[in-house]
Design a protein around this ligand. Structure first.
Ligand code: HSE
Length: 428
């Protein structure tokens, strides 16, 4: 008999419980022995007692799980850094395997957890921390393990992908779509972490750890959210043959140097990532042997996330009946050089609001040539009174050049404002 202790009974915890109720026999058969949830730690027993068939399953003391010698696997689905960090550390120290869906705690403390798990002869699994139900962590650890992974491009936040899709497909502005997304339950009441790109940045750190075997922290990842993406940009990008997606990007620049960044990105409409709509997530991996490979699926929500949590429980259970595999533990987990984002180069999309007078385009284009940047496309769009929108797509430039260029353009009398600056990737 394998016993599980569940810490947290929100959307994901409840779904884990429900899947065990529905598919428990199937799961036990797959593992080859009975498995069941022995205890569930919650803040308030009263609040959750109607949601379980037997309220004695609930406890408001996590120690009832951490100190119980019969519990083999602790499943942490409460989220956040503290007290989750303490609970996971204590569980590992008590020689309990851990499954967590918590991107923040894994992103911040992975090295500590791997070491602690190894020291105590147990494992920690975190499939659900990135991409919800998509088996991206297991694919990187196992399926792609013959490869040197050279790059990943992830749509790893469902809320922002839903918002960008709806702006594009329904022609509504950001705030209107956000409000509808909240009403429909796709966006949190406080969506700051999603919208700002922070959620995707945590996931970028975890993908870097698993894909590149490097230990970096959030401060090595440049991130930008979708707050400034307007309907106009989405429409202009569409006319030019692009979609705008919030991508978490990791590139191996040389064997020991990496670039990690999260930002809205223009990508060709024909690229497979462009077809990932609404709340769906996808991860596009480039390996030196496998080439390009994309996994797509539901990146959030109770059942898809719980599906990933239970896959980890099953993996650990296999290992329990054999021996611990340590497949998860990054024995060659190294510190890495992460390229400063200033040096990162890519093509850029600019939207400028300029005076609609003769010679303006010449003045603007002169600024680009001064920095040896060539203009791939320049289009004059909407005119309102004496102002015109000008959209420019450039040859690749570094972030530092882009900033200098923006200063130069803004100093022109003929430029009212730089409305948008977005990065563009054509080849992956
Ligand atoms: N809030 C996240 C999203 C899901 O919208 O994708 C949990 O990581």
């Amino acid at each position: 008999m394998i016993n599980i202790g569940l810490i947290g009974f929100g959307n994901v915890g409840k779904s884990v419980f429900d899947i065990f109720a529905e598919n428990g026999d199937l799961i036990s058969n797959r593992i080859g022995q009975p498995i069941h949830i022995k205890k569930i730690a919650v803040r308030s027993i009263e609040k959750y007692s109607s949601q379980v068939p037997d309220p004695s399953l609930l406890t408001d003391s996590v120690d009832d799980i951490l100190q119980d010698p019969d519990i083999d696997i602790v499943v942490e689905v409460m989220g956040g850094d503290q007290p989750a960090y303490n609970f996971i550390t204590q569980a590992l120290t008590h020689k309990k395997h851990v499954v967590t869906a918590n991107k923040e705690v894994v992103s911040k403390h992975k090295r500590h957890f791997f070491q602690c798990a190894k020291e105590h002869g147990v494992d920690i699994y975190f499939e659900a921390a990135v991409g919800g139900g998509i088996p991206i962590i297991r694919s990187l650890k196992v399926g792609f393990s013959a490869n040197n992974i050279t790059a990943f491009y992830g749509i790893v936040n469902g809320t922002t992908n839903y918002i960008l899709t709806k702006i594009q497909e329904e022609g509504k502005d950001f705030n209107t779509v956000l409000k509808t997304a909240q009403e429909l339950g796709f966006a949190e009441a406080d969506p700051t972490m999603d919208i700002s790109g922070l959620d995707a940045a945590y996931k970028c750190v975890i993908l870097a750890a698993v894909a590149f075997k490097i230990d970096v922290q959030l401060d090595s990842v440049y991130y930008e959210g979708i707050e400034s993406i307007s309907l106009k940009d989405i429409q202009y990008a569409d006319e030019l043959g692009f979609r705008i997606k919030l991508l978490a990007i990791g590139n191996r620049i040389d064997p020991d140097t990496f670039s990690l960044h999260v930002h809205p990105t223009l990508i060709p409409k024909e690229h497979p990532l462009s077809s990932v709509r609404n709340e769906f997530n996808a991860t596009y991996i480039v390996g030196d042997q496998v080439g390009e490979s994309m996994l797509m699926g539901k990146g959030a929500g109770g059942s898809p996330t719980a599906s990933a949590v239970i896959s980890d429980i099953i993996d650990i259970s296999f290992n329990l009946s054999q021996s611990v595999s340590y497949r998860n533990l990054e024995t060659r987990f190294s510190d890495a050089q992460v390229q400063s984002f200033d040096a990162h180069e890519c093509q850029v999309y600019f939207r400028l609001s300029v005076k609609n007078t003769p010679g303006v385009l010449e003045q603007v284009s002169l600024q680009f040539s001064k920095h040896s940047i060539s203009i791939e496309k320049i289009i004059q769009k909407e005119m309102i009174d004496d102002r015109a929108d000008v959209v420019i797509i450039t040859s690749p430039m570094s972030e530092s050049t882009s900033r200098l260029l923006q200063e130069n353009i803004l100093s022109l009398d003929s430029c009212h404002q730089i409305s948008s600056v977005l990065r563009l990737i054509k080849s992956f």
